[in-house]
Design a binder for this molecule. Structure first.
Ligand SMILES: NC(=O)c1ccc[n+]([C@@H]2O[C@H](COP(=O)([O-])OP(=O)(O)OC[C@H]3O[C@@H](n4cnc5c(N)ncnc54)[C@H](O)[C@@H]3O)[C@@H](O)[C@H]2O)c1
Length: 438
């Protein structure tokens, strides 16, 4: 253990007496707050959305990966407190920033949530505090944006406070890999900062990987998500080529995946969604351009992925056409509007684009999604309908946009007059005359 502020903070962390504050209790912040509280830390979650705070105070979780049964005892025992009042930061030893990092309308990084969170921290920054940024962002944010603002308070890095970047790598809906199962990457704004952040995360996650700087950790997170975006685009391009050639893309991918090395299967589909994969490569491209380098592959991958919902609508139109039906007036039931399986998140979901495009072409659309009660398309609001044999039979066709595991695919194939399957969810039924696959 070291002398002075760093040594004291080390002791507080190891003895689990450090007071933890998490700013932003969404898909990322809530699991992190829960994990620290489960490890015995006193945790306060600061959330600007009063409705979210009210839910959490009742022990009700709105994040699918955190069951209310897990949350409620932590809230009841006051191990985890939730508040809209950031004043609690005055007592904090560890502050984690887990706020959104979307794209602006002109598709530029929108760091406004980070700025606001950092401003709030600055009001309460005090000696002996470690600040960790978890939000995904472009390389340089921690050292060039956050650090100067913290220093402007008059406090100094390593003498008074510590600063690190540690990207969140959770995969919502993935029951196999939860927060504690995924090695944590850490890059410090200084060596003592990295050391303290690693010590803190080790209390809740068995494996941590420390890199030489915050910039490397920021870049590594962008590589992970860009890797996914580019490989999904490749799978999508293969789907387009296979359709032109009359080859089953799903069988091709399954065959290639039998190679035990050098290949990792990715699936084609109606497009990408969520807060990360469609957004993060844009952060990288923006930053790269500002440094005079124009990335090419990433931009092409983005274009392919963005084209997929429109392509999916063409596949739907062709399937209807083959049955003598125009899109205009066709009664279509969309199955799944969340951006991916078993989550309730519609941010950037390709289903929204598909619905918009089908409505624009005059289709009569409804949807069913056990995870999403209501969705707004322009000025219209849609309510999820129950998935019944009657609803399926009453449609001209159903479109599997999101392959939730709770959908009864046998019921769907048996009762719908036409199934356009954009996810290969009906693979178990072989070549069925009513099923058209991507
Ligand atoms: N969702 C994912 O799967 C995932 C995975 C890895 C990384 N990330 C990244 O993590 C970050 C957070 O994403 P998320 O999905 O948790 O977002 P989210 O929208 O689910 O949650 C963010 C929360 O922060 C709150 N908030 C905003 N500003 C605040 C402030 N100043 N003080 C307190 N609360 C504030 C919002 O009200 C919201 O509840 C983003 O950078 C995202 O790219 C997300």
């Amino acid at each position: 253990m070291r002398e002075g502020a760093q040594g004291e903070l080390e002791v507080r962390i190891v003895k689990r007496r450090a007071r933890v504050v998490v700013l932003g209790l969404g898909h990322v912040g809530l699991p992190l707050a829960v994990e620290f509280a489960r490890a015995g830390f006193l945790v306060t979650g600061v959330e600007i959305d009063a409705q979210r705070v009210a839910h959490l105070e009742r022990g009700e979780s709105y994040v699918a990966d955190i069951p209310s049964a897990e949350l409620e005892p932590l809230v009841r025992s006051r191990r985890l407190r939730v508040t809209v009042d950031a004043g609690t930061l005055a007592e904090a030893d560890l502050a984690f920033i887990c706020v959104p990092t979307p794209m602006s309308k002109s598709r530029e990084p929108d760091l406004s949530y980070i700025w606001r969170a950092v401003e709030t921290i600055c009001e309460h920054l005090h000696p002996g505090m470690l600040v960790v940024l978890e939000s995904t962002t472009y390389p340089g944010t921690t050292e060039d944006v956050v650090l100067p603002r913290l220093r402007a308070t008059g406090l100094e890095l390593d003498r008074d406070f510590y600063l690190a970047f540690s990207p969140e790598r959770i995969d919502p809906g993935n029951r196999h890999y939860r927060l504690r199962d995924i090695p944590k990457l850490i890059g410090g704004a200084s060596a003592p900062s990295a050391h303290l952040a690693a010590l803190a995360y080790r209390q809740i996650i068995p494996t941590v990987h420390v890199v030489s700087s915050a910039r490397v950790a920021e870049m590594a997170k962008l590589l992970e998500n860009t890797f996914r975006a580019v490989n999904i685009a490749l799978a999508n391009e293969f789907a387009l080529i296979c359709r032109a050639l009359g080859v089953d893309v799903w069988e091709v991918i399954e065959a290639a995946a039998t190679k035990p090395f050098g290949f990792m299967p990715f699936s084609p589909g109606p497009g990408i969604g969520g807060a990360c994969i469609p957004v993060n490569p844009g952060y990288l491209v923006w930053k790269s351009r500002r440094h005079g380098f124009e990335p090419r592959l990433i931009g092409v991958a983005e274009e392919i992925n963005r084209f997929m919902p429109y392509y999916a609508v063409d596949v739907i139109a062709e399937a209807l056409n083959a049955r003598g039906k125009p899109v205009k007036g066709a009664r279509l039931l969309i199955l799944g509007v969340a951006y991916k399986r078993d989550v309730g998140d519609v941010r950037e979901s390709p289903a929204v684009t598909i619905l918009e495009e089908l409505l624009r072409r005059g289709a009569d659309v409804a949807y069913s999604d056990p995870h999403v009660e209501r969705v707004e398309i322009g000025i219209r609001a849609f309510q999820s309908i129950p998935l019944t044999a009657d609803a399926l039979a009453a449609s001209d066709g159903v479109v599997i946009v999101t392959d939730h595991s709770t959908f009864d695919y046998r019921l769907i194939v048996e009762h719908a007059p036409l199934v356009v399957d954009l996810r290969n969810a009906t693979r178990g039924f072989g070549q069925h005359p009513n099923v058209v696959r991507l």
